[in-house]
Ligand binder design. Structure first.
Ligand code: ATP
Ligand code: MG
Length: 730
């Protein structure tokens, strides 16, 4: 055994967890109490002391970054390559992906199935609405997307709510959506786990293979499992093979309720699994006592908590800074200047610092200001890179080459760059596709069979496009992945198109992004070749690099930034959701304003509680220092609005706080009108008006006895209305 003491520096409860005999364990504890640390040591303990095969271990967590961290930390405790290569560590989604690539036939998928994200889902929904002649004003695409995802996450049953015309139509849309995905050989991100569950449920022989293999299942951040994930774990668990499960979680950090996560799974586990031993951890080792006090106070405003204690031995540390900024630029500059003065000047490494925000879109101005101050940064999580237009375009080419039946890709790039195929031709292709249940690719062939179907220009333009895609497809056979991508960028005309923009607009971001994309492919190939020699049991035969890469772009988007990582000196930017499980010396949380955090769609009590847990997650990422910022004014919904300080700031203990204002040297908390407004209305609140229907508050003017509200109604009309005419808030 490697000469390491797996119980070193642990407190007695932590030791108990690591060295307990193999049994079902539930570890419940607050942030920073060492849950992940004991999980890692426990895995090493199982291998070294309980003689479990590394192959028997399945360790699952929720984000790619957390999984990567888990992998690095476990690997450092292991001694040989067999151990390192045979443990299975990853996210639920990546586990599902690997198994589905291997067993696609058993769940009715095709070899080249692709994963689609919400952008593609929306394109498909639009097309279905058109086909069914339903108006997208009545059936909002967002609502349909939510409906579809809720079914995939097992929150809804498609055939349950057929009680009125609206619901009957929703159900029809869902059925259309499903058959569309089947024909075009795609599955959506949420469906990965659904399919995995189906794979195990309907194929007992396959299930048995994995039940036999994974006798030790360990799950971090268990509070965020949803119903389908819970069911999947239940299926994999088999007493007769002596499976043991270790679950680690914190009810106060459950932040995926909107995706169907159920805190109640913790209770279910206690009731439904054999002899579960529960152990609580109460000491926080991560944060200063000021940070912990602030976090504990904030979360105490939530109800229905499992009452856990969390204390620390650490010093008080710095006070929490709350910066009141003039606007979002001033907010970003405050942080940038702070970093310049306090960190860069002292040559302290930047990567221990993080800026967190509620919504991805908040990163844009931060990026702009950080660039202006020449501060290196890196954005984590989300799929921002792959959301960029130029990346979406090249991805669509590659997807179509890989699978002719991928209709959303076909539709996206048929006229990018412009090649004379207008909407009329596209609509005709779609019409034929709908009429004869063909994919757009096949429908095009149909139209090209007879010269009379299309006018001459369209005919040749379409023919050229089909020839191009066929040529690119034939071209991929003996090429490396990066070469395939380079040539596709070139022959498709994308390179010329963006290069031209680059000359005229003096902006080469798009070209740089395409280059970065080629880098990602190179990195992926390297990793994949290493991976091929790994994981006997899960080895993927006949690896199709392109197909794999396309799916991985969604699963492992962080590869893209790998090159930057070598420098290892950048400030980290991410959403609070993506920061779960991580820790940093200093943390800045920006946009602490009503309507942003808590988010504008979260004004009922249940959602506010979830937002508060999210704030708790953000705050508890900080080890030494925490700064929260909010603004006086901000540009939102295309207009400058007066911001209102987040209620969460109000809930923090004043003795732990230092207030700084944008008005130089004035260190007072601006008396906000929050308490008054608290009983009334918030910017971002959904309200209802008898004549105009549902709407969202954009602006508030406080009058002597009343409030005047600017409301954007669902039919896009914007009106000023006195609050006493608002019927009820939703
Ligand atoms: P989160 O809920 O945020 O995921 P966690 O409970 O998983 O937090 P860890 O990340 O495992 O907590 O640990 C938090 C920090 O405390 C880490 O830096 C870890 O190394 C440190 N730590 C944990 N236990 C001890 C200990 N007994 N002595 C010293 N440091 C410890
Ligand atoms: Mg953790």
């Amino acid at each position: 055994m490697k000469n390491i003491d797996l119980l070193k520096n642990l407190n007695s409860k932590q030791k108990e967890i690591v060295s307990e005999n193999r049994k079902n364990l539930l570890i419940l504890a607050g942030a920073g109490s060492g849950k992940t640390l004991v999980l890692i040591r426990r895995i090493a303990w199982l291998i070294y002391k309980e003689n479990c095969s590394p192959k028997s271990i399945l360790a699952v967590t929720f984000t790619n970054k957390a999984a990567k961290e888990l992998k690095t930390r476990i690997t450092s405790l292991l001694i040989n390559n067999f151990q390192k290569n045979n443990i299975w560590i990853g996210t639920f989604h990546s586990f599902a992906y690997y198994l589905l690539r291997k067993h696609y036939l058993n769940v009715g998928l095709t070899k080249n199935f692709q994963i689609i994200d919400s952008y593609d889902q929306k394109i498909i929904i639009k097309r279905i609405l058109k086909k069914l002649s339903l108006k997208d004003k009545i059936f909002s695409i967002e609502n349909i997307l939510k409906y579809i995802n809720n079914i995939k996450n097992n929150i809804l049953n498609n055939h349950f709510y057929k009680n009125n015309l609206y619901n009957i139509n929703l159900s029809k849309i869902y059925d259309e959506y499903q058959s569309f995905c089947k024909i075009t050989e795609v599955i959506d991100f949420n469906e990965l786990i659904f399919y995995l569950y189906k794979l195990f449920l309907n194929n007992p022989k396959i299930l048995k293979i994995y039940q036999k293999r994974f006798q030790n299942i360990l799950i971090d951040e268990f509070q965020d499992t949803n119903d389908i994930q819970y069911k999947f774990i239940s299926l994999l668990y088999n007493k007769h093979y002596n499976t043991k499960i270790v679950l680690v979680g914190d009810d106060d950090q459950s932040i995926y309720g909107w995706r169907g996560a159920k805190i109640n799974n913790i209770n279910r586990f206690l009731q439904e699994f054999d002899k579960v031993k529960m152990i609580l951890l109460e000491q926080n080792y991560r944060s200063t006592s000021n940070i912990l006090e602030v976090a504990n106070k904030l979360i105490s405003y939530n109800n229905n908590r499992l009452k856990k204690k969390l204390w620390t031995n650490a010093d008080n540390g710095d006070l929490i800074t709350i910066y009141y900024a003039l606007n979002e630029f001033d907010e970003a500059e405050y942080i940038a200047k702070y970093i310049k003065q306090k960190i860069l000047k002292k040559n302290i490494k930047l990567n221990n610092y993080a800026i967190l925000y509620r919504n991805n879109s908040q990163s844009r101005i931060l990026e702009e200001i950080l660039l202006k101050f020449s501060i290196p940064y890196k954005i984590y999580g989300g799929i921002q890179f792959f959301e960029r237009q130029e990346i979406k375009n090249i991805l669509s080419y590659l997807r179509l080459i890989s699978n002719y039946n991928d209709d959303s890709s076909f539709e996206r790039i048929i006229n990018i760059p412009k090649r004379g195929i207008g909407n009329t031709t596209l609509n005709y292709i779609k019409y034929i596709a709908n009429k004869y249940s063909l994919t757009l690719w096949k429908s095009s062939f149909f139209l090209l069979k007879n010269k009379n179907f299309l006018n001459k220009t369209s005919f040749y333009a379409l023919k050229k496009f089909i020839t191009l895609i066929t040529f690119l497809k034939n071209n991929i056979k003996h090429q490396s992945l990066s070469k395939i991508i380079k040539q596709t960028i070139k022959f498709s005309g994308l390179w010329d198109m963006y290069n031209k923009n680059c000359l005229f607009e003096k902006d080469n971001t798009k070209i740089n992004n395409l280059k970065e994309f080629i880098n990602a492919a190179k990195y992926f190939t390297k990793k994949k070749l290493q991976y091929k020699t790994k994981l006997n049991n899960l080895k993927i035969k006949d690896v199709n690099l392109l197909t794999d890469f396309l799916s991985q772009t969604l699963l492992l988007n962080e590869n893209i930034n790998k090159n930057n990582e070598k420098k290892n000196n950048y400030i980290q930017l991410m959403t609070i959701h993506a920061s779960k499980g991580l820790e940093f010396s200093e943390v800045f949380i920006v946009g602490m304003e009503e309507g942003i955090f808590p988010n504008k769609i979260s004004f009922d009590e249940k959602s506010i509680n979830e937002e508060r847990r999210l704030a708790y997650v953000g705050i508890t990422r900080a080890k030494k220092k925490l700064t929260l910022t909010y603004t006086k004014k901000r540009f939102l919904y295309g207009k400058e609005i007066n911001s209102i300080q987040s209620r969460f700031i109000n809930e923090l203990p004043q003795n732990c706080i230092k207030n700084i204002s944008y008005i130089q040297n004035i260190s007072v908390l601006p008396k906000k009108n929050y308490l008054f407004i608290k009983k009334k209305y918030f910017i971002g609140q959904m309200v209802y008006h008898k004549n105009f229907g549902q709407g969202i508050i954009l602006k508030i003017e406080i009058l002597k006895k009343n409030e005047k509200l600017q409301i954007k109604f669902d039919n896009t009309i914007i009106k000023w209305i006195m609050s006493n005419y608002i019927q009820s808030s939703i």
